[in-house]
Design a protein around this ligand. Structure first.
Ligand code: SF4
Length: 410
């Protein structure tokens, strides 16, 4: 768990040292290393209604909580294998930052990887870029919020050198407030066609609720800079089904996109939109997937497509599957095994769930499946014991509750 920079060397040494030991002894030895979680050494206890009461170690020498490894060095990771056969062919990927200081309340990339860290320009990024550029012309800058790197402006200047004129640069999404003309000009000079920003919603109320500190003016500025810098496309990420969202907030998103399109004719506008899925160890982990999300995705399509805005919705069914995996526990393992090899559709998951549920009811098993509705859709009580509470969170449970409560102080 956590960062592997420190963990891998200790893990490899311990595996070597435990050669010849019994498997159970080996696992107990490995469990002593911070960052190693061995689920079989932890026993969940449920009450007669299937409610989790606690997760405890099976022996006294096993740590009660599994801690995470946190890397604090000046460098982060980059590709070591560059091949045309990779998912992103021939690209040298460089991790610019880890975690994100913005703390949007649903965001796993931010909360799970705290604290926010960056690779230093001189010790990490420049050597990694030189190494990559020596073997490929395609460079990708990665991270949850790369433009919040404290030396990002210097990085842009460095990448602007003439010797990189045949470089093809791509970037993961950037924070809208950090988009400027210098950035978009460089991207267009480096063969990049578009820029991506996450707005989450066109409704200010919803943006505030999720802690997205972004004004409408800043979204318009980002679009203006994209166009003036010579980019042909602007991609926005949004979400539907967030807590307290109403149909009028969906209208606000369509309205914003339509106004953006009118103000910036000639620029290709795309909205990638997904359904809110609760993720463990974030302030919104207690909320479920809202069923209204499905019709809200359809309503966005109805409003945006006739206005020439390209809508790329993530399937609602797939979001439900994600939520099932995100918030369930080890009792779901048999369902996952049953679904493997099938078409991986929501229907297949429901079929597998029903099959295992019937099997366990028939055999009178004392490990019944947690209820589908409860895992996927219900809002959970804050006093519930969660299946991952024995795994150390960068923030305490009380801090997460506080962050959640702050969302509704308006
Ligand atoms: S700005 Fe993006 S990466 Fe950062 S916390 Fe918000 S959603 Fe996550």
């Amino acid at each position: 768990m956590g960062d592997s920079e420190n963990l891998l060397p200790i893990l490899i040494t311990t595996i070597k040292e435990s050669k010849g030991m019994e498997r159970s002894q080996k696992l107990k030895k490995l469990a002593q290393i911070p960052g190693v979680y061995i689920p079989s050494l932890y026993q969940p206890i449920y009450d007669k209604n299937g409610k989790l009461i606690e997760v405890k170690p099976i022996a006294s020498e096993i740590p009660k909580f599994v801690t995470k490894q946190t890397w604090q060095g000046n460098t982060l990771s980059h590709s070591t294998v560059i091949t045309p056969d990779a998912a992103w062919p021939n690209i040298h990927m460089i991790e610019v930052v880890r975690s994100c200081p913005e703390l949007c309340r649903f965001c796993l990339a931010s909360y799970l990887n705290l604290p926010f860290r960056n690779s230093s320009l001189n010790e990490g990024l420049i050597p990694a870029l030189e190494k990559g550029f020596a073997i490929t012309k395609r460079i990708g800058l990665l991270g949850a919020s790369i433009s919040q790197h404290p030396e990002f402006a210097d990085l842009i200047d460095w990448l602007n050198q003439d010797r990189f004129d045949d470089m093809r640069l791509s970037m993961s999404s950037v924070r809208a407030t950090t988009v400027n003309l210098k950035m978009t000009r460089l991207l267009s000079k480096r063969n990049c066609k578009s820029i991506t920003i996450a707005i989450e919603s066109g409704s200010e109320k919803v943006r505030k609720l999720v802690n997205k500190k972004l004004s409408e003016e800043e979204i318009f500025d980002a679009a203006k800079y994209a166009k003036e810098g010579g980019l042909s496309g602007l991609k926005l990420y949004g979400m539907v089904g967030l807590p307290e969202e109403q149909q009028e907030d969906i209208e606000a998103t369509s309205d914003l996109l339509i106004r953006l399109k009118r103000k910036n004719p000639g620029i290709r506008l795309t909205l990638g939109v997904s359904t809110f899925v609760p993720k463990a160890q974030t302030p919104f982990q207690w909320f479920g997937v809202r069923k209204e999300a499905k019709t809200r995705l359809q309503s966005l399509a109805k409003q945006l497509k006739p206005n020439g805005i390209d809508l790329r919705p993530e399937s609602y069914g797939w979001s439900v599957i994600q939520a099932l995996i995100s918030r369930s526990d080890r009792r779901l393992a048999e369902v996952i095994l049953t679904v493997q090899g099938s078409q991986n559709s929501l229907g297949e998951w429901k079929k597998a769930y029903k099959l295992i549920q019937e099997k366990r009811t028939k055999s009178n098993s004392n490990e019944q499946l947690p209820l589908w509705e409860d895992i996927v859709h219900n809002e959970w009580d804050q006093n519930n014991i969660l299946p991952w509470m024995h795994l150390q969170d960068p923030l305490s449970y009380n801090q997460l509750i506080k962050h959640k409560e702050n969302a509704f102080k308006h």
